[in-house]
Design a protein around this ligand. Structure first.
Ligand code: ZN
Length: 259
């Protein structure tokens, strides 16, 4: 990123703010009406994606804004799940949320810093532990949280101390590990689409996560299964082919090091 002048920094902030608008929500737990910053999809300019499907955009990291948290009761979830509520889950959340000790989020700013966004993810993950949601909902939240941690590592790289970077890498790995374990379980227990993904996409995502988690043999098994499928989407197949080359190299290195 290099050294940024104050003017350049302010320009970046203004560009991010211009991509956002306050969207209205009604909390399914306490009925509070509130607004939460949301990205205007028309303002997104794609800059490709990481090999594990984390999308990248100019000016704004939309994953920072994917969690919605009620400022009154503290109920939080990824926006796609926010209104998915049944009475038994509501009861579980209402019983468990007092353990948050009245900790609340502030939603008054014009944008979210990475730390503010990670705080919202913390609320969503805590709520996920309270109710008997599907495993894929928990896994998807951890995946997105891991991606926000990675986003912080990239965006704030120049300002972070080595030990802070190390801590963030550990946190990213922890989140991706929880996502991987949850999705692998969901593949055998849930019906597709899972978290909006078809079978090919989720199998590919899991193989990419396994690769990042240095579970190369598992990654190879998943990729072989995926590529043996006759109906696999050609775009997914191309990505799987590229990833297989990388995993093959890593496996060779591992064997050479006698691991
Ligand atoms: Zn609420």
């Amino acid at each position: 990123m290099g050294e940024l002048s104050i003017e350049e920094y302010n320009k970046i902030i203004k560009q991010e703010e211009a991509c956002l608008f306050p969207k209205s929500y009604v909390c399914p737990i306490c009925d509070e009406h509130f607004k939460s910053l949301t990205v205007r999809s028309s303002k997104l300019y794609s800059q490709g994606m990481d090999e594990d499907l984390r999308p990248k955009f100019r000016w704004v990291d939309p994953i920072k804004y994917e969690v919605v948290v009620c400022p009154i009761c503290g109920y939080g979830a990824l926006s796609r799940y926010f209104n998915e509520m049944i009475p038994v889950w509501r009861k579980m959340l209402q019983n468990g949320m007092p353990s948050f000790n009245n900790e609340r989020v502030f939603l008054g700013g014009n944008r979210l810093s990475y730390d503010e966004s990670l705080k919202l993810y913390e609320f969503a993950c805590r709520c996920n532990e309270l109710a008997a949601f599907k495993g894929s909902r928990k896994a998807y939240t951890y995946l997105k949280r891991g991606w926000v941690v990675r986003g912080k590592l990239y965006a704030e790289s120049d300002f972070l101390k080595p030990e802070e970077k190390e801590g963030l890498k550990i946190e990213e790995t922890r989140c991706l590990e929880l996502a991987y374990d949850g999705f692998m379980k969901a593949i055998s227990e849930e019906d597709f689409p899972i978290a909006g993904m078809d079978e090919d996409t989720l199998m590919y995502l899991c193989s990419a996560l396994a690769n990042r988690l240095e579970k190369y043999a598992d990654a190879m098994t998943l990729l072989s299964r995926l590529m043996a499928s006759r109906t696999v989407n050609p775009r997914v197949k191309d990505k799987a082919f590229d990833l297989k080359e990388i995993v093959r190299e890593r496996l060779k290195e591992q064997e050479a090091n006698g691991q």
